[in-house]
Design a binder for this molecule. Structure first.
Ligand code: GTB
Length: 208
Protein backbone atom coordinates (compact mmCIF):
# COMPACT_ATOMS: atom_id res chain seq x y z
CA UNK A 1 0.00 0.00 0.00
CA UNK A 2 1.34 3.43 -0.96
CA UNK A 3 2.12 5.57 2.04
CA UNK A 4 -0.61 8.07 1.25
CA UNK A 5 -3.22 9.39 3.67
CA UNK A 6 -5.88 11.99 2.93
CA UNK A 7 -7.39 13.75 5.92
CA UNK A 8 -10.48 15.68 4.90
CA UNK A 9 -14.20 16.19 5.41
CA UNK A 10 -16.66 13.66 3.94
CA UNK A 11 -16.97 15.53 0.65
CA UNK A 12 -15.44 15.42 -2.83
CA UNK A 13 -14.54 19.10 -2.61
CA UNK A 14 -10.87 19.92 -2.88
CA UNK A 15 -9.75 16.28 -2.82
CA UNK A 16 -11.65 14.96 -5.80
CA UNK A 17 -8.99 15.72 -8.41
CA UNK A 18 -6.26 14.09 -6.28
CA UNK A 19 -8.42 11.03 -5.65
CA UNK A 20 -9.13 10.74 -9.38
CA UNK A 21 -5.42 11.06 -10.17
CA UNK A 22 -4.47 8.47 -7.54
CA UNK A 23 -7.10 6.08 -8.90
CA UNK A 24 -6.00 6.56 -12.50
CA UNK A 25 -2.37 6.01 -11.52
CA UNK A 26 -3.28 2.74 -9.78
CA UNK A 27 -2.42 4.07 -6.34
CA UNK A 28 -4.05 3.23 -3.03
CA UNK A 29 -4.52 5.63 -0.15
CA UNK A 30 -6.01 5.78 3.30
CA UNK A 31 -8.85 8.16 4.11
CA UNK A 32 -9.16 9.85 7.51
CA UNK A 33 -12.62 11.42 7.60
CA UNK A 34 -13.07 14.47 9.83
CA UNK A 35 -16.56 15.33 11.02
CA UNK A 36 -17.72 18.90 11.39
CA UNK A 37 -18.05 18.41 15.19
CA UNK A 38 -14.49 17.08 15.46
CA UNK A 39 -13.20 20.00 13.38
CA UNK A 40 -15.05 22.54 15.52
CA UNK A 41 -13.15 21.35 18.60
CA UNK A 42 -10.17 23.10 17.01
CA UNK A 43 -7.36 20.70 17.96
CA UNK A 44 -6.78 19.45 14.41
CA UNK A 45 -7.10 22.94 12.91
CA UNK A 46 -4.19 24.12 15.12
CA UNK A 47 -1.94 21.49 13.57
CA UNK A 48 -2.76 22.46 9.95
CA UNK A 49 -0.25 24.89 8.41
CA UNK A 50 -3.02 27.16 7.07
CA UNK A 51 -5.69 26.06 9.56
CA UNK A 52 -7.55 24.17 6.83
CA UNK A 53 -7.99 20.74 5.28
CA UNK A 54 -7.18 18.74 3.18
CA UNK A 55 -4.04 17.34 4.73
CA UNK A 56 -2.11 14.89 2.60
CA UNK A 57 0.56 12.61 4.00
CA UNK A 58 3.14 10.84 1.91
CA UNK A 59 5.12 8.89 4.50
CA UNK A 60 6.54 11.52 6.80
CA UNK A 61 5.84 14.41 4.42
CA UNK A 62 2.71 16.33 5.44
CA UNK A 63 1.26 18.62 2.79
CA UNK A 64 -1.55 21.18 2.85
CA UNK A 65 -3.04 23.11 -0.09
CA UNK A 66 -4.89 20.94 -2.59
CA UNK A 67 -2.97 22.22 -5.60
CA UNK A 68 0.41 21.57 -3.96
CA UNK A 69 -0.85 18.04 -3.30
CA UNK A 70 -1.80 17.64 -6.98
CA UNK A 71 1.59 18.91 -8.12
CA UNK A 72 3.40 16.55 -5.72
CA UNK A 73 1.43 13.62 -7.12
CA UNK A 74 1.97 14.87 -10.66
CA UNK A 75 5.75 14.83 -10.10
CA UNK A 76 5.66 11.39 -8.51
CA UNK A 77 3.50 9.73 -11.14
CA UNK A 78 4.69 11.29 -14.39
CA UNK A 79 1.69 13.61 -14.75
CA UNK A 80 3.62 16.90 -14.85
CA UNK A 81 4.87 17.06 -18.44
CA UNK A 82 7.97 15.79 -20.19
CA UNK A 83 10.12 18.87 -19.62
CA UNK A 84 10.15 22.28 -17.92
CA UNK A 85 8.29 23.91 -20.80
CA UNK A 86 5.41 21.45 -20.55
CA UNK A 87 5.46 21.77 -16.74
CA UNK A 88 5.13 25.57 -17.07
CA UNK A 89 2.13 25.18 -19.41
CA UNK A 90 0.59 22.64 -17.03
CA UNK A 91 0.98 25.15 -14.16
CA UNK A 92 -0.69 27.81 -16.32
CA UNK A 93 -3.64 25.58 -17.20
CA UNK A 94 -4.01 24.32 -13.63
CA UNK A 95 -4.09 27.94 -12.42
CA UNK A 96 -6.81 28.63 -14.99
CA UNK A 97 -8.80 25.72 -13.60
CA UNK A 98 -8.26 27.10 -10.09
CA UNK A 99 -9.77 30.44 -11.18
CA UNK A 100 -12.94 28.63 -12.29
CA UNK A 101 -12.92 26.48 -9.14
CA UNK A 102 -12.79 29.59 -6.94
CA UNK A 103 -15.77 31.13 -8.78
CA UNK A 104 -17.66 27.86 -8.34
CA UNK A 105 -16.83 27.65 -4.61
CA UNK A 106 -17.94 31.27 -4.13
CA UNK A 107 -21.24 30.46 -5.84
CA UNK A 108 -21.81 27.30 -3.79
CA UNK A 109 -20.89 28.69 -0.38
CA UNK A 110 -21.90 32.35 -0.68
CA UNK A 111 -24.22 33.16 -3.57
CA UNK A 112 -26.12 30.04 -4.56
CA UNK A 113 -29.62 31.48 -4.24
CA UNK A 114 -28.84 34.86 -5.77
CA UNK A 115 -26.04 34.06 -8.22
CA UNK A 116 -26.77 30.72 -9.85
CA UNK A 117 -28.46 32.04 -13.01
CA UNK A 118 -25.76 34.62 -13.67
CA UNK A 119 -23.04 32.04 -13.03
CA UNK A 120 -24.53 29.61 -15.55
CA UNK A 121 -24.97 32.40 -18.11
CA UNK A 122 -21.30 33.35 -17.76
CA UNK A 123 -19.98 29.77 -17.71
CA UNK A 124 -19.41 29.50 -21.53
CA UNK A 125 -16.95 32.41 -21.27
CA UNK A 126 -14.78 30.22 -19.02
CA UNK A 127 -15.38 26.90 -20.74
CA UNK A 128 -14.44 28.25 -24.18
CA UNK A 129 -10.89 28.97 -22.97
CA UNK A 130 -10.27 25.30 -22.16
CA UNK A 131 -12.10 24.22 -25.33
CA UNK A 132 -9.73 26.37 -27.35
CA UNK A 133 -6.59 24.93 -25.69
CA UNK A 134 -7.79 21.36 -26.28
CA UNK A 135 -8.68 22.14 -29.92
CA UNK A 136 -5.22 23.57 -30.55
CA UNK A 137 -3.34 20.74 -28.80
CA UNK A 138 -5.25 18.01 -30.64
CA UNK A 139 -3.97 15.18 -28.39
CA UNK A 140 -7.01 14.98 -26.11
CA UNK A 141 -4.91 16.45 -23.27
CA UNK A 142 -4.38 20.05 -22.25
CA UNK A 143 -0.59 19.92 -22.61
CA UNK A 144 1.64 17.61 -24.67
CA UNK A 145 0.54 14.11 -25.51
CA UNK A 146 0.01 12.59 -22.08
CA UNK A 147 -2.25 13.13 -19.10
CA UNK A 148 -1.24 15.71 -16.54
CA UNK A 149 -2.42 17.11 -13.23
CA UNK A 150 -4.11 19.93 -15.19
CA UNK A 151 -6.31 17.35 -17.00
CA UNK A 152 -7.34 15.75 -13.70
CA UNK A 153 -8.13 19.15 -12.22
CA UNK A 154 -10.13 20.28 -15.27
CA UNK A 155 -12.00 16.97 -15.34
CA UNK A 156 -12.98 17.37 -11.67
CA UNK A 157 -14.14 20.97 -12.07
CA UNK A 158 -16.16 20.07 -15.18
CA UNK A 159 -17.86 17.16 -13.39
CA UNK A 160 -19.15 19.77 -10.94
CA UNK A 161 -20.20 22.21 -13.68
CA UNK A 162 -22.20 19.42 -15.36
CA UNK A 163 -24.08 18.77 -12.12
CA UNK A 164 -24.80 22.47 -11.73
CA UNK A 165 -25.77 22.93 -15.38
CA UNK A 166 -26.30 19.57 -17.15
CA UNK A 167 -26.30 21.12 -20.64
CA UNK A 168 -23.25 23.35 -20.14
CA UNK A 169 -21.00 21.27 -22.42
CA UNK A 170 -23.51 20.97 -25.26
CA UNK A 171 -21.97 23.89 -27.12
CA UNK A 172 -18.40 22.71 -26.35
CA UNK A 173 -17.89 19.48 -28.32
CA UNK A 174 -14.17 19.23 -27.62
CA UNK A 175 -14.72 19.54 -23.87
CA UNK A 176 -17.53 17.02 -24.11
CA UNK A 177 -15.23 14.56 -25.85
CA UNK A 178 -12.50 15.29 -23.23
CA UNK A 179 -14.99 14.40 -20.48
CA UNK A 180 -16.07 11.22 -22.26
CA UNK A 181 -12.47 10.08 -22.77
CA UNK A 182 -11.44 10.87 -19.18
CA UNK A 183 -14.54 9.10 -17.80
CA UNK A 184 -13.82 6.04 -19.96
CA UNK A 185 -10.26 5.55 -18.64
CA UNK A 186 -10.76 2.20 -16.89
CA UNK A 187 -9.41 3.17 -13.47
CA UNK A 188 -11.23 6.51 -13.46
CA UNK A 189 -14.43 4.76 -14.51
CA UNK A 190 -14.00 2.22 -11.70
CA UNK A 191 -13.46 5.03 -9.17
CA UNK A 192 -16.47 7.06 -10.39
CA UNK A 193 -18.60 3.88 -10.18
CA UNK A 194 -17.40 3.05 -6.65
CA UNK A 195 -19.48 3.49 -3.50
CA UNK A 196 -16.55 5.40 -1.98
CA UNK A 197 -17.04 8.08 -4.64
CA UNK A 198 -20.82 7.99 -4.93
CA UNK A 199 -21.47 8.32 -1.21
CA UNK A 200 -19.54 11.61 -1.01
CA UNK A 201 -21.45 14.85 -1.60
CA UNK A 202 -19.68 17.34 -3.86
CA UNK A 203 -19.75 20.16 -1.33
CA UNK A 204 -20.01 20.61 2.42
CA UNK A 205 -23.32 22.53 2.46
CA UNK A 206 -25.38 20.11 0.35
CA UNK A 207 -25.55 22.51 -2.62
CA UNK A 208 -24.41 21.40 -6.04
N1 GTB B 1 -6.50 26.73 -0.57
C1 GTB B 1 -6.90 25.60 0.23
C2 GTB B 1 -6.69 24.30 -0.55
O1 GTB B 1 -6.73 24.36 -1.78
O2 GTB B 1 -6.45 23.24 0.06
C3 GTB B 1 -8.35 25.78 0.67
C4 GTB B 1 -8.74 24.72 1.65
C5 GTB B 1 -10.12 24.94 2.22
O3 GTB B 1 -10.87 25.84 1.81
N2 GTB B 1 -10.46 24.10 3.19
C6 GTB B 1 -11.75 24.14 3.81
C7 GTB B 1 -11.56 24.14 5.34
O4 GTB B 1 -10.66 23.52 5.85
C8 GTB B 1 -12.53 22.89 3.47
S1 GTB B 1 -12.95 22.79 1.77
N3 GTB B 1 -12.48 24.79 6.04
C9 GTB B 1 -12.51 24.79 7.47
C10 GTB B 1 -11.93 26.03 8.06
O5 GTB B 1 -11.47 26.92 7.34
O6 GTB B 1 -11.95 26.11 9.30
C11 GTB B 1 -14.64 23.35 1.74
C12 GTB B 1 -15.52 22.62 2.70
C13 GTB B 1 -16.24 23.35 3.61
C14 GTB B 1 -17.08 22.70 4.50
C15 GTB B 1 -17.17 21.30 4.49
N4 GTB B 1 -18.03 20.62 5.41
O7 GTB B 1 -18.68 21.27 6.24
O8 GTB B 1 -18.13 19.40 5.34
C16 GTB B 1 -16.42 20.59 3.58
C17 GTB B 1 -15.60 21.26 2.68
Amino acid sequence: MAPYTITYFAVRGRCNAARIMLSDQGQEWKEVVVTFDEWMKGDLKKTCVFGQLPKFEDGNLALFQSNAILRHLGRQHGAYGKNNKEAALIDMLADGVEDLRLKYIKLIYQEYETGKDAYIKDLPNHLCKFECVLEKNKTGFLVGDSISLADYSLFDVLLNQKVLSPTCLDSHPTLKSFMEKMSARPKIKAYLDSDAYKKLPINGNGKQ
